[in-house]
Design a binder for this molecule. Structure first.
Ligand code: NAD
Length: 311
């Protein structure tokens, strides 16, 4: 029985995910270091807790949705962290949906597997950890249409599936601890490189005299067709409803892409692989952020990096 959920990290994504759990009938308690969001939840009648540890004590499941690895380590293993009472802890299941490096996911998973459950319930002998980052931005979090990619024990994944499907429309089991985080950074690496490739192709096409609209038609009926060309085109005015057609506002911020590419670059280095595009994509997004475009959608690379029309 996983009826009570503690949610930690109520930012752009987490607040919406927590709301969907509440809508689906889960008993939710929350924590964030930002007092304003805590107040927003307490005004809605949702119990708020002062520390991650207090959230854990009140919950069968803890879900975290935090900015990066250091915050995740702090929330789990810090002095008032979820694992404070490692020798007798309450929650059976811990799910981290933050985008972090697979190595940190594995580290937290090991720390959790060294803990002991206060009350052994059903088939739960020990608390278990899943890394379950998401694809889909704020709109998908709001609509409950996220995709979860999940690493950890398969039994725990199956037990957690109703929770995932209360916040998303897909949950894919990826393998052991850390493989959810690995899937996420690989997805975003491929997405970044395809966005850069499409942007270069449009910059070159335009300077060779082919309009963006025509080149889009060609790409989308040819072998270069991809999400960056047919669903999220980076050229202003080519598609309706995408960030490129509203001055790159909203969408997936360049600074988040830079962060994810940094995770990919670190993992590539640790794995001893040759992946030059990973490093180059990371450099390009770091430069975009340095030039002041960090909150614009990551497709702004077309205008600010390739088209020479920086504004
Ligand atoms: P956000 O910055 O809006 O929210 C993070 C929240 O965590 C904030 O409310 C912050 O106050 C809180 N927080 C930070 N440190 C804390 C601590 N020690 N204890 C308690 N709360 C703490 O970030 P977001 O956009 O919601 O993203 C969260 C994660 O999801 C990131 O890892 C991001 O890469 C990933 N992600 C984001 C998107 C997106 O489009 N925004 C899409 C997919 C994945």
């Amino acid at each position: 029985e996983l009826g009570s959920v503690g949610f930690i990290g109520l930012g752009n994504m987490g607040s919406r995910m927590a709301n969907n759990l509440i809508k689906n009938g889960y008993k939710v308690a929350v924590h964030d270091i930002n007092c304003n969001v805590m107040k927003m939840f307490s005004d809605m009648g949702v119990p708020t807790k002062e520390t991650p540890f207090e959230v854990a004590e009140a919950s069968d499941v803890v879900i975290t949705m935090l900015p990066s690895s250091s915050h995740v380590l702090d929330v789990y293993t810090g002095p008032n962290g979820v694992l404070r009472c490692a020798n007798l802890m309450r929650p059976q299941l811990l799910i981290d949906s933050s985008t972090i490096d697979p190595r940190t996911s594995r580290k937290v998973s090991v720390a959790v597997s060294n803990c002991i459950l206060k009350e052994k319930k059903d088939h739960w002998e020990k608390p278990v950890m899943l890394d379950a980052p998401v694809s889909g931005g704020v709109l998908a979090a709001e609509a409950g249409t996220l995709t979860f990619m999940v690493g950890g024990s398969e039994d725990a994944y199956l037990a957690a599936k109703p929770l995932f499907l209360s916040m998303g429309k897909n949950a894919i089991y990826c393998g052991g601890a850390g493989t959810g985080s690995a899937a996420k950074i690989c997805n975003n690496l491929a997405m970044a490189v395809s966005m850069l490739g499409v942007s270069e192709a449009f910059a070159l096409g335009q300077s060779l005299g082919i309009s963006a609209g025509t080149l889009t038609k060609v790409l989308n009926t040819s072998s270069a067709r991809c999400w960056s060309s047919d669903s999220y085109n980076p050229v202003p005015g080519v598609m309706e409803g995408v960030p490129a057609s509203r001055n790159y506002a909203g969408g997936f911020a360049s600074k988040l892409m830079a962060k994810d590419l940094n995770l990919a670059a670190t993992s590539v280095e640790e794995a001893g692989l040759q992946c030059p595009l990973t490093y180059q994509a990371h450099e390009i997004y770091t430069e975009l952020c340095r030039d002041g475009h960090e909150i614009e959608d990551f497709s702004c690379v077309f205008r600010h990096y390739y088209s020479g029309k920086d504004e």
